[in-house]
Design a protein around this ligand. Structure first.
Ligand SMILES: N[C@@H](CCC[C@H](N)C(=O)O)C(=O)O
Length: 279
């Protein structure tokens, strides 16, 4: 079984063709993503090439499926470029969270993705919260009084605004917020410090993956939430422990993301990895 390993700002993914994924059970995918017992990864990207438009499925390390992933899309676009299925012209990709437009720029290390529209309705996440929008919603976790703005980028995000970003607090409260009863499908979590009208600093707790160094959809959600609260302008650089992403807005919260992708390896999995498991 062949897997291709890439990362976007330290958010790393394995990519495989649907014919390879079809041989794997959900438990085996979790083993593959395990950093001690498998290859290790923040998730598995599955390439479906049986339709005109390439289609991406995203599996989190805990075996759950995500509707969309920003770093995952940039990596998938670069993978399609590497195998010669696309060139530098923009192309569409289907995800369970909607269709997006991707472009692999000259040199192939930067990828642009039109991520679609940020939505603020709790129903879109889903979240069981009253009202058409949930902006600066009071929320308590770990005894802390927090202010949360809920955003769907196709996948769910709970964006917490703080005066000072404390990554230890992200790690401490992430799991509790991810699994709050108001989020029936759980949620991704971002803690956001606004640096100025064009820069934000974020810490990320991903649904199904835990603390990660970077996240594309989280960057889009955090920038969208701060824009909705009128705290940032149309162009926002999102600073994360893994590096920076450029986010911009057009129309009614249409979100564009630009950032790097790097290939790490092509890996042949040894069957021994699963010797104690059934398919
Ligand atoms: N790392 C991703 C987000 C992956 C999906 C997420 N864990 C979810 O369950 O929604 C990104 O870069 O957006």
């Amino acid at each position: 079984m062949i897997f291709h390993r890439y990362h976007g700002l330290g958010n790393d993914y394995l990519v495989c063709h649907q014919s390879v994924a079809a041989l794997l059970s959900n438990e085996q995918i979790q083993r593959l993503c395990d950093r001690h017992y498998g290859i290790g990864s923040d998730g598995l990207l599955i390439d479906h090439d049986d339709a005109d438009i390439p289609s991406l499925r995203i599996i989190n390390p805990d075996g759950s499926e995500a509707e969309k992933s920003g770093n995952g899309l940039r990596i998938y676009a670069r993978y399609l470029f590497d195998i010669g299925r696309v060139a530098h012209e923009p192309f569409q990709v289907n995800t369970p969270g909607g269709q997006v437009r991707c472009e692999v720029t000259e040199g192939a290390h930067q990828v642009i993705v039109d991520m679609g529209q940020a939505k603020f309705s709790p129903a879109a996440l889903p979240a069981s919260v009253e009202g058409d929008e949930a902006l600066a919603l009071p929320l308590v976790a770990g005894g802390h009084n927090l202010s949360a703005t809920l955003v769907s980028m196709g996948n769910p995000h709970c964006v917490i605004r703080v005066d000072e970003l404390d990554l230890e607090l992200v790690k401490q409260l992430g799991s509790e917020i991810e699994t709050l009863a108001i989020f029936p499908k759980r949620t991704n979590v971002q803690f956001v410090q606004v640096l100025d009208r064009n820069n934000i600093n974020i810490g990320i707790w991903e649904r199904g993956a835990g603390y990660t160094l970077a996240s594309g959809s989280s960057s889009c959600a955090a920038a969208s939430a701060m824009r909705k609260l009128a705290l940032v302008d149309e162009n926002v650089t999102v600073h994360m422990p893994g590096g920076k992403l450029a986010i911009s807005f057009s129309g009614d919260f249409q979100v564009n993301m630009r950032g790097p992708v790097q290939k790490i390896a092509t890996i042949t999995l040894d069957n021994d990895c699963f010797w104690d498991m059934t398919a």
